[in-house]
Design a protein around this ligand. Structure first.
Ligand code: ATP
Ligand code: MG
Length: 641
C-alpha cells in the first residue's frame, strides 16, 4: 500500500534516522536487559541498577531495575541545578489570556517543590501514603505531584472536572488520607468549585481524610474545616527537604483509566521503570532540543499529562507549557494564540480537540502565524485520516511531521508511533513499535497471526513502563490483561498490521461489529463518515439485526451551522457504501448535537450501543461521562428516529 505521506527532508541532525531506529530496535528486542540498563543511564540513580526485567505473566509479577535506588523528583528537578538552573522549566498560560503568564526556571521550580513537599509533611504525609490531587491545571498541581515523588508519597491525581461522587470513589478506592486542592479553578471562563466539591466528597459516608491542603488560586471564598483543612501558603516553608531514596519498584502513582470500556481501573506505576520509559520515549519521539518549548495539551488528570507534561519533559530538562484553559475560549483560535505567544515548537494534542477545531473552519488557524511549530503529535483515540489531513495540511502547512502515538494508561508511555525523520507517515496509522515493544496480533482462539492481518493487539515481552498492578486488586489486573491470551499482555484494542508493518488501531475489541459474519472495527466506518464535508464527528456501534446478526448504527454530529435530515442520511449511507463497500452500509443514522465522551475526550461507545439496542436501564458506569445530560437527548433521538 503506498498511502505514505512523504515529508520534505527534515533539516535536523539530531533526529533518529531510519537506520538508527532499526539498529536500536534490534538491540532492544535481542537483549532487552542490556538495552534498558543502558537507557537507565539517562537517569541519575542513588544506586545504579544491575538487574533488568524480572517478570512473569503467569503468575503476574513484574519488576524492572529492582536493585536500583533513585528519586524521580530529583531527576525532574534537583539534578538540573548544576547545568540549567536558569533554564525555564515551566511556562504557565492562564485560562484568561489577559492574565499574566508565569514562568519558573529550574531553580525556582526547585524552591517551589521543596515548599510544597514541606507543606505535605506538615499536613502529616509520609512515605507510602496516598495523596489525592484534585487541582485545576496550574503549576501547583505539578508541584504536588513532584513533591509526593520527593518524599516518597504515592500521588493519585483526579481530574478537576470530576464530580464529588467520582472524587469520593477514588479517595476511598486507594485509601487516601490526604487531598490537595485549590479554592476554585477556571476553565473556559467558568468557575470550577474545587474546594466545595472536596467538601461534598468528604460528606459521603465512609469518606474520611486526615488533611486537606488548599491552594489559593482565584481568591474565592471557601469554607475551611478546622483541624482538617489548611491553606497551602500557611504551611509552605523553605526548610531543607532532601529527596527520599526510593527503590525502583516503590510505587510512584496510582491513576484511574478513562473509563471508556467500563469502571475505571486504578493503575499503579512504580518509580524506576516508569522513569526510564517516559524519559526515553520523550527523548526519541519528540527529539526535544535545548531551548525548545514543549506543549502537551492534556490535563495532569490523565496519563498523558503525567508522562508528557511532567515527568518526561522535566527529566529531560525541557521547557514544558502548562495550560489552564480550553481550546475554544475565548475563541476557537486559542491554541494557535498560545503557540504564537510562547513560541511553542512541539504541540501534542488529541483527536477530539483536532476534530472540534476542524469543524469551526480554517480561518481560526490561518489567521495565526504558527511559525514556531516543528512537530505535531496526537494521542488518545484513532485519528480519522480526514482529521489527520487537516492537522497536516492546515495546522502544519504540509511541512511538519505528525506523530500518532498509541499507548494506554497501563503502558506508562508511548508504545507505537512513527519517529519524525525515521519513518514516513500514513494518515490514520500509529506506525511502528517503539524500542522494546513487541506487538502481536492474536486471533479469537489465541493463535498468533503473522504478516499483514487484523487481530487483537497484544504485547509479548514486558517493558519497563508497564503497569505493575491495579491498586488493591491484583486479581482484576490479572483478569483484565493477562487471562484472555496466556503469556501475553492484552490491550483490549483491535488492530490491523499492513504490508509495511504499520499498525492501525481499528477500535476497542468490545466494540467490534459483526455484520453477516464480517468483523468490522468502528474506526473505519467512522472515518468514512467523517470524510463527508458536512460531518464533524461520528460514532458507530452494532445493534441487533434480524437478518445480518448485527446492523450498523451511526451517531453523527455535523459541522457548525449544519442540520441533518432524511436526505443527508441517505447520502451518508451511499457515501460509506462507496468508501468501504456494501457490507459497511449503515443501517441507521441518528444525527445528534454531541457524542457521549469521557472526561478525557474519548467516545464512550458502550453507552451508544445500549441506546441503539433500546436498552436504557443499565448504561453501566457513567461516572466519567463529560456531559450526562446528553444521554437523555440521545435516547429521545433514538425513540424519534
Ligand atoms: P478504560 O481502560 O477505563 O476503558 P481508556 O482505555 O479509554 O479507559 P486510557 O488509558 O486513557 O483509558 O486510553 C487508552 C486507549 O486509548 C487505548 O487502549 C486506545 O484504545 C486509545 N488510544 C490511545 N492512543 C491512541 C492512538 N494514537 N490511536 C488509536 N487509539 C488510541
Ligand atoms: Mg483502557
Amino acid at each position: 500500500m503506498s498511502d505514505f505521506v512523504i515529508l520534505p527532508e527534515q533539516d535536523r541532525s539530531t533526529y533518529c534516522t531510519a537506520k538508527q531506529y532499526k539498529d536500536l530496535y534490534r538491540q532492544s528486542v535481542e537483549d532487552p536487559d542490556a538495552f534498558w540498563l543502558g537507557q537507565a543511564n539517562r537517569l541519575d540513580w542513588f544506586k545504579a541498577p544491575t538487574r533488568g526485567g524480572e517478570w512473569s505473566y503467569d503468575p503476574v509479577e513484574i519488576a524492572w531495575f529492582a536493585d536500583g535506588t533513585l528519586n524521580l523528583c530529583h531527576n525532574a528537578v534537583d539534578r538540573h541545578l548544576d547545568q540549567r538552573a536558569d533554564t525555564t522549566a515551566l511556562i504557565f498560560e492562564p485560562d484568561d489570556p489577559a492574565s499574566a503568564a508565569r514562568i519558573l526556571t529550574y531553580r525556582q521550580l526547585h524552591g517551589e517543590v521543596v515548599g510544597m513537599a514541606n507543606a505535605l509533611k506538615a499536613l502529616g504525609v509520609g512515605k507510602g501514603d496516598r495523596v489525592t490531587i484534585y487541582m485545576p491545571m496550574v503549576i501547583e498541581g505539578l508541584l504536588a505531584m513532584l513533591a509526593c515523588a520527593r518524599i516518597g508519597a504515592i500521588h493519585s491525581v483526579v481530574f478537576g472536572g470530576f464530580s464529588p461522587e467520582a472524587l469520593a470513589g477514588r479517595i476511598v478506592n486507594c485509601g487516601s488520607r490526604f487531598v490537595v486542592t485549590a479554592d476554585t479553578g477556571l476553565r473556559g471562563g467558568k468557575v470550577v468549585p474545587l474546594k466545595a466539591n472536596v467538601d461534598a466528597a468528604l460528606d459521603h459516608d465512609g469518606v474520611e481524610v486526615d488533611g486537606v491542603l488548599v491552594v489559593r488560586h482565584t481568591g474565592a471564598d471557601v469554607a475551611m474545616a478546622g483541624g482538617r483543612d489548611h491553606w497551602y501558603h500557611e504551611l509552605v516553608s523553605d526548610a531543607e527537604c532532601p529527596c527520599e531514596p526510593m527503590n525502583a519498584e516503590d510505587p510512584l502513582f496510582i491513576l484511574y483509566t478513562s473509563g471508556s470500556t467500563g469502571k475505571p481501573k486504578g493503575v499503579l506505576h512504580t518509580t524506576g521503570g516508569y522513569g526510564v520509559w517516559t524519559a526515553t520515549t520523550f527523548h526519541y519521539v519528540f527529539d526535544y532540543q535545548p531551548g525548545e518549548i514543549h506543549w502537551c495539551t492534556a490535563d495532569i488528570g490523565w496519563v498523558t499529562g503525567h508522562s508528557y507534561i511532567v515527568y518526561g519533559p522535566l527529566m529531560n530538562g525541557a521547557t514544558s507549557l502548562v495550560f489552564e484553559g480550553v481550546p475554544n475560549y475565548p475563541d476557537h483560535g486559542r491554541f494557535w494564540d498560545v503557540i504564537d505567544k510562547h513560541q511553542v515548537n512541539i504541540l501534542y494534542t488529541a483527536p477530539t480537540a483536532i476534530r472540534a477545531l476542524m469543524r469551526e473552519g480554517d480561518h481560526f488557524v490561518t489567521s495565526r502565524s504558527r511559525k514556531s511549530l516543528r512537530l505535531l503529535g496526537t494521542v488518545g483515540e484513532p485519528i480519522n485520516p480526514e482529521a489527520w489531513r487537516w492537522y497536516f495540511d492546515v495546522v502544519g502547512e504540509k511541512r511538519l511531521p505528525i506523530i500518532d502515538t498509541w499507548w494506554q494508561t497501563e503502558t506508562g508511555g508511548i508504545m507505537i508511533t512513527t519517529l519524525p525523520a525515521a519513518h514516513d507517515m500514513k494518515p490514520g496509522s500509529a506506525g511502528l513499535p517503539f524500542f522494546g515493544v513487541r506487538p502481536q496480533l492474536v486471533g479469537a482462539e489465541g493463535e498468533v497471526l503473522e504478516g499483514a492481518t487484523s487481530g487483537n493487539l497484544c504485547i509479548r515481552h514486558s517493558w519497563p513502563g508497564q503497569s505493575r498492578t491495579v491498586y488493591g486488586d491484583h486479581e482484576r489486573f490479572v483478569q483484565t490483561y493477562f487471562s484472555t491470551y496466556k503469556g501475553k499482555y492484552f490491550t483490549g484494542d483491535g488492530c490491523r498490521r499492513d504490508e509495511d508493518g504499520y499498525y492501525w488501531i481499528t477500535g476497542r475489541v468490545d466494540d467490534v461489529i459483526n455484520v453477516s459474519g464480517h468483523r468490522m472495527g468502528t474506526a473505519e466506518v467512522e472515518s468514512a463518515l467523517v470524510l463527508h464535508p458536512l460531518v464533524a464527528e461520528a460514532a458507530v456501534v452494532g445493534y441487533p439485526h434480524d437478518i445480518k446478526g448485527q446492523g450498523i448504527y451511526c451517531y453523527v454530529t455535523l459541522n457548525a451551522g449544519e442540520a441533518g435530515g432524511e436526505e443527508l442520511a441517505a447520502e451518508l449511507r451511499q457515501y460509506v457504501r462507496k468508501e468501504i463497500g456494501p457490507i459497511a452500509t449503515p443501517d441507521h443514522i441518528q444525527f445528534t448535537d454531541g457524542l457521549p465522551k469521557t472526561r478525557s475526550g474519548k467516545i464512550m461507545r458502550r453507552i451508544l450501543r445500549k441506546i441503539a439496542e433500546n436498552d436504557y436501564g443499565s448504561l453501566g458506569d457513567t461516572s466519567t461521562l463529560a456531559d450526562p445530560t446528553l444521554v437523555d437527548r440521545l435516547i429521545e433521538g433514538r425513540q424519534n428516529s
